[in-house]
Design a protein around this ligand. Sequence first.
Ligand code: ATP
Ligand code: MG
Length: 432
Amino acid sequence: MISQKIQSVRGMNDILPDEAEFWDLFDETIRSWLKSYGYRPLRLPIVEPTPLFKRAIGEVTDIVEKEMYSFVDSLNGEPLTLRPEGTAGCVRAVIEHNLIAQQPQRLYYMGPMFRHERPQKGRYRQFHQVGVEALGFPGPDIDAEQILMGARLWDDLGLDGISLQLNTLGQFAERASHRAELITYFERHSESLDADATRRLHSNPLRILDSKNPALEELIHGAPKLIDYLGAESMAHFEGVQRVLRDAGLPFEINPRLVRGLDYYNLTVFEWVTDRLGAQGTVCAGGRYDGLVQQLGGKPAPACGFAMGVERLISLIRDAGGEVRAAAVDVYLVHQGIAASRLAARVAEGLRDRGIDVLFHCGGGSFKSQMKKADASGAGFAVIVGDDEAAAGAVTLKPLRATGEQPNPQKRVSVDAVADEIMSSILDWDET
Ligand code: ATP
Ligand code: MG
């Protein structure tokens, strides 16, 4: 009987070696970029208590209403959720471990997030984010720094065509008066609202501004603008951010419809968008969330941060022709016969001691078939051990990549000399 195949969960993808090597390289770039701005890593749980997200993200948001993978721990009845984003967990950890009691912190994390959305290009149910958070900094300087960080990263990654959209959400009280006016306005036009907007009208009217329904375009265009309700302090913060961006020569567009899908934001919000990914054009989004630390039970502290969609960025890099050569090993170790295999195993470990990467042939087979595998592996050398070599305490070293005019013949090398021989050839190659 043939058993039925089990497949991955819809919207949750395997990342196979060719792709995963690319991801590793991407991670390295990300880590050194973050280090250059003084950010330090955090590793956080993937599962958190469900109330964390309800309280942080807001009950009336797409994420909490319909996108969370929530379940009850069958052993103790605890309501749990696979994290749909990282800020809530990061702030929970910062409070739990008292991280900002002495000084502000620049922190980052990366890893999978989970949202039950309709899978399509650039939108998955398990996707990956790099999250960057600065806690304890009140001024617009850090908002601007985080925005400028983005610009540098696109450069580091060789990406162009990513542009900056900026807005301010003001403070809670300012939003409240704007919200009242917004409700009045949309109520006057209730016959033109779609089902989503009607549902949001009293719970989260700001989100109507974010609607992607073209039929609402004109109505939204004429809606009261939050910026007209901002006080002097909020305006000064917004101006402060813009000043740094202008000084740095970074172009941006102020988009009054940019409201973000999570409730915890105030003042600065921003998104980095591209038109090269179809409908899923936002690669990075963030802003200030001064109320969240207190909302989650900590001593009030200002904060701001952003998150990047790794799948979307990687697909942009790929489309721009960014390639990564599969990281081949240095040596493929070919061996046959009992004594030869034992010597080969010792040689392999000796080479690894010297920092040389070795793929040790497993599974037997003729010299000919092993040599084929060696060629296909992309290794720079085959190290061959047969009965003759084993008897002589030596190996045959065969360069697999011809360089220059030299034919690079294979040669017999003593076991003790093989590492040096390989190292010096690698150096020669690097010079040419
Ligand atoms: P969108 O409007 O595309 O749904 P969002 O506002 O829900 O995005 P955020 O919560 O701000 O997204 O997450 C930050 C970034 O994470 C997004 O800009 C995007 O690049 C990425 N992202 C969000 N949801 C997904 C997903 N389901 N699949 C892949 N990437 C995602
Ligand atoms: Mg979303």
